[in-house]
Design a protein around this ligand. Structure first.
Ligand SMILES: *Cc1c(COP(=O)(O)O)cnc(C)c1O
Length: 404
């Protein structure tokens, strides 16, 4: 304990003294960053292999995004949606085009995008599908992570996320992830939506079996149910495509976006869908004071433009192969399984060796920052600007940690 106190930087202890302990951060205090690299208060550099849970897909302080933010700060930052501002239309049009949808609805955090998706699906269910009042249900998957609001944790299967936060919001049916028959069986005449992550990030970058997402698409179409894809972590280049759904040839009825949409600068989230779905909302029925604000739109439209070049999706696909080849070489040498796509990997460390937390602490000592999820599972999600050499460096450090 005393040893621990001495080794823990003072800023870490101060932070613990004055905040709720809803996180257990690594004992590192960051003061600046650029690209894929972080620098701490003592000038030590770390390779970022978490990228703010994919909020930093374009790296820290991408010049084009920072320039857009600076320029917007000097002109206009907030109007509320009571007035229209000059950054709004371009952002909404370009994001809708990127998604191949008619409309978008901007919000701030990922959880708000999920809440928006749930509200829209329910209203669509009552007004378009003809579900009897108060009877709508939504099918979700075991192991899901969709955010932290009271409604969202109501259908979480993670006891830490859920326990003692009830009473829970009804109207959700949980089925095993990846089991198409179970999903089809859970749908009834009052089902308005299936809400899924195309790859489950927090669960440990769990990729569903081949054919699952196309199967979900087909069942949803056949049963007149909306397929809502939570691409908040998987989308916007992370898996080597604009959307993880693209890689399975699947187009959902609704995309939920967040994290990287704000370029690592401001929280920006959005729902994208066609007019027959998002068009159910009328004035006064949903909103957000900060949603779609000028600063958010100025940054996010540049995010959309970066993605429209395809460069980041390509980098993620190509460098992802290198990352997965490197990690695959560690199976049997401390790793028992590696999953994922593009620059996104979930690693199961042999639990006899160390916990995920211990692995992260040892990686930190070697200048690589990553985050454990559950037990001995690690998640790697570096910024998409990372280079081949930096990937090799990260894999080498992990190999050294596993070798003890
Ligand atoms: C992070 C995340 C959310 C919640 O986003 P917040 O911005 O933290 O509210 C929702 N869904 C998925 C898949 C996520 O990874």
């Amino acid at each position: 304990m005393v040893d621990d106190m001495l080794r823990t930087p003072r800023a870490v202890r101060d932070a613990e003294r004055f905040t709720a302990h809803n996180y257990h951060p690594l004992p590192v205090v960051i003061s600046s960053a650029e690209g894929a690299w972080l620098t701490d208060v003592d000038g030590r550099r770390y390779l970022d292999c978490l990228a703010g849970y994919s909020a930093l897909n374009f790296g820290h302080r991408h010049p084009q995004l920072i320039a857009a933010a600076h320029a917007q700060l000097d002109r206009l930052t907030l109007t509320s949606r009571a007035f229209v501002h000059d950054q709004f239309a371009d952002f909404c049009r370009e994001l809708a085009q990127l998604c191949g949808k008619d409309l978008v609805l901007p919000m701030n955090t990922g959880a708000e995008a999920v809440e928006t998706g749930i509200k829209v699906a329910r209203k669509w269910g009552y007004q378009v599908k003809g579900v009897p009042a108060g009877q709508a249900n939504i099918v979700v998957a075991e192991g899901n992570f969709h955010g932290r609001t009271t409604t969202i944790v109501s259908f979480s299967t993670d006891e830490d996320a859920r326990a003692d936060f009830g009473p829970y919001t009804p109207g959700f049916t949980v089925v095993p992830y990846g089991d198409l028959a179970a999903l089809a069986a859970a749908i009834d005449e009052n089902t308005v939506a299936v809400l899924l992550e195309p790859i489950q990030g927090e669960q440990g970058v769990v990729v569903p079996p081949e054919g699952y997402l196309p199967g979900v698409r087909a069942v949803c179409t056949e049963r007149n149910v909306l397929f809502v894809a939570d691409e908040i972590q998987s989308g916007l280049g992370r898996t080597g495509a604009t959307f993880a759904c693209d890689q399975d040839g699947v187009v959902p009825d609704m995309y939920l976006l967040g994290k990287a949409l704000g370029g690592g600068i401001v929280p920006v989230s959005a729902v994208a869908a066609n007019a027959d779905v998002l068009g159910v909302l009328k004035p006064g029925q949903h909103g957000s004071t900060f949603g779609g604000n000028p600063l958010a739109c100025a940054v996010a439209v540049e995010v959309v433009r970066l993605l429209a070049t395809g460069e980041f999706q390509r980098r993620s696909a190509e460098l992802g192969e290198r990352l997965h080849a490197g990690l695959g070489g560690l199976i049997g040498k401390g790793l028992v399984a590696v999953r994922g796509r593009g620059l996104w990997a979930g690693l199961d460390i042999d639990p006899a060796l160390m916990t995920g937390r211990q692995a992260c602490e040892r990686l930190m000592e070697r200048g690589v920052l990553a985050k454990d999820t559950h037990g001995s599972t690690l998640r790697l999600a570096p910024p998409l600007v990372i280079t081949a050499e930096e990937i090799d460096h990260a894999v080498a450090q992990l190999a050294a940690v596993l070798a003890g």
